[in-house]
Design a binder for this molecule. Structure first.
Ligand code: NAD
Length: 501
């Protein structure tokens, strides 16, 4: 077993569940091997939760919601603890980054940006919650009405493997800020940094039971949480198919629901775009995080008159991408998450060939010295596609981009919207009026003009159509972790006696 090397001397090979402020083994003693996807080596063992463990975690979260002081603390006190979480994360930053790289195969540059954002999420919500509250409303005569925001209750939070700690922070930070209690289920492939977050919350002063962390399978633990009558809200990030399943199960107890699902996001490159920026940004837009991003700009549409030049430069830049040691700052792209994801992406490339597309670059497995057991794939460019092809329609979730063309603005908008998804999009043009017109017509939760990013603490992140609903990362997220209570008082002198009794 490879040693997990972390800062401040901690070396750990076994990670336990975190329930009610304690690290515990699973009720049936079950464990999972945690793999470094860059090498295929086992780096740790983790306890795998059972239904019994999920029951204990939900009841701990329920008890903490009803009986601890968490929800009745003033927002400023919760904010102070959130800021303390952020500062402990900064102290343990190097350890968190290295653990994320080891557990996900992503490059250290990608992990550094993501862990930094996870820290900023706690800082952001520490500030935002102090401005989150009710309002007074205009009501007739002798009445007075005000609203209060109350925490929604026990939240089950289910996250995927592509951004393990960042996705956890997107969910845990607003839930804690709002006064909720949490049972977090990380993806079974990537639970390590989320488990460290539990320790950090405890050290920062979050009471026992307010946060519980359960590595476990989706069908066993995820399902159990979604169906549990003591869970008030489910916040889920993952695939659209799982999201549909969760929505149907959560409906039985009418749980509050936030769904951040899949995407097939477009980048529109107009003829007047600043080409160097459009090419380099779009290369990042697909290959960042090895293409395993819900907001990956995986469909690029280029105006006819610059199409050939764009593709030529895109291929050139793709050739310069460095794959290899994920811990090296020189590395642009790490490995895929596991064998089944590698095989799934390869199958999409094969389908593209069979359906008549051209693999303009890449398409093959990579063998890298010292990393032969890992799950590596070349960055891949597919051209000569039509809108009905599988690779244009499906979310591939790997470093695979399709590049196609359009002739005018109307066609560009229509192609951008020709998808069941509606998460992110990018527009490249120097014409600001055109940028505004097109942005208004795109049916997606996020439109970026002349840049490839999507997510900043404070700006809403979420989808239209089958990319889900609800927004994360922003002030409005606090509303999704709150109920609104309306309180009305009567101050009149005359008794209220509508029945004239
Ligand atoms: P997934 O849907 O397979 O799993 C996500 C999580 O749900 C995991 O923790 C899994 O164990 C759990 N799960 C699986 N089945 C479940 C069930 N029946 N009930 C409850 N929980 C269950 O997704 P994945 O493969 O881990 O992640 C990739 C997907 O996530 C992609 O589709 C990607 O677009 C999406 N994603 C979306 C966003 C966003 O913000 N919109 C962000 C990141 C990833």
């Amino acid at each position: 077993m490879t040693e997990v090397k972390v800062q401040n001397g901690i070396r750990r090979e076994f990670y336990e569940l975190f329930i009610n402020g304690e690290k515990v083994e699973s009720s049936d003693g079950g464990t999972n091997d945690i793999i470094n996807p860059a090498t295929g080596e086992v780096i740790a063992k983790v306890a795998m939760a059972t239904g019994e463990d999920a029951e204990r975690a939900v009841m701990a979260a329920r008890d903490a919601f009803e009986n601890s002081k968490w929800k009745i603390y003033p927002a400023s006190k919760r904010a102070k603890i959130l800021n303390r979480i952020a500062s402990i994360m900064r102290e343990r930053f190097k350890e968190l980054v290295e653990l994320e790289v080891l557990n996900s195969g992503k490059s250290i540059n990608a992990a550094t940006g993501q862990i930094n954002q996870a820290v900023e999420d706690f800082e952001y919500y520490a500030g935002a919650v102090c401005n989150h509250g009710g309002q007074t409303n205009d009501v007739p005569g002798q009445f007075h009405n005000y609203t209060e925001k109350e925490p929604v209750g026990v939240c089950a939070q289910i996250v995927p493997w592509n951004y393990p700690l960042m996705m956890a922070a997107w969910k845990v930070a607003p839930a804690l800020a709002a006064g909720c209690t949490v049972v977090l289920k990380p993806a079974s492939l990537t639970p390590l940094t989320a488990l460290i977050l539990g320790e950090i919350c405890q050290e920062a002063g979050v009471p026992d039971g307010v946060i519980n962390i359960l590595p476990g399978s989706g069908s066993r633990v995820g399902d159990y949480l979604v169906e549990h009558p003591e869970v008030d809200k489910v916040a889920f990030t993952g695939s659209t198919d799982t999201g549909k399943d969760i929505m149907s199960k959560a409906s039985r107890t009418l749980k509050r629901l936030t769904l951040e699902l899949g995407g097939k996001s477009p980048a529109l490159i107009f003829g007047d775009a600043e080409l160097e920026n459009a090419v380099a940004s779009s290369v990042y837009g697909i290959y960042n995080n090895t293409g395993q991003s819900c907001d990956a700009r995986s469909r690029i549409y280029v105006e006819d008159r610059i199409y050939d030049k764009f593709v030529e430069q895109f291929v050139e830049k793709t050739k310069q991408m460095k794959m290899g040691d994920p811990m090296s700052k020189e590395t642009h792209m790490g490995s895929l998450i596991d064998k089944s994801q590698l095989e799934s992406v390869e199958a999409y490339i094969e389908t593209a060939r069979q359906e008549g597309a051209t693999i303009a670059y890449g398409g093959n497995r990579l063998s890298i010295e010292g990393y032969e057991g890992g799950f590596w794939l070349e960055p891949t460019i597919i051209t000569d596609v039509t809108e009905d092809m599988t690779v244009v329609r499906d979310e591939i979730f790997g470093p695979v981009v399709v590049i196609s063309r359009f002739s005018d603005e109307k066609e560009a908008v229509s192609l951008a919207n020709n998808t069941i998804y509606g998460l992110a999009s990018s527009i490249y043009t120097e014409d600001t009026r055109k940028a505004k017109r097109v942005a208004d017509k795109i049916r997606a939760g996020i439109v970026m003009i002349n840049c490839p990013f999507s997510a900043f603490p404070g700006t809403p992140f979420g989808g239209y159509k089958q990319s889900g609903f609800g927004r994360e990362l922003s002030a409005e997220t606090l509303d999704l972790y709150s109920e609104t209570k309306s309180i009305m008082s009567y101050f009149g002198r005359k008794p209220i006696n509508p029945f004239m009794l």
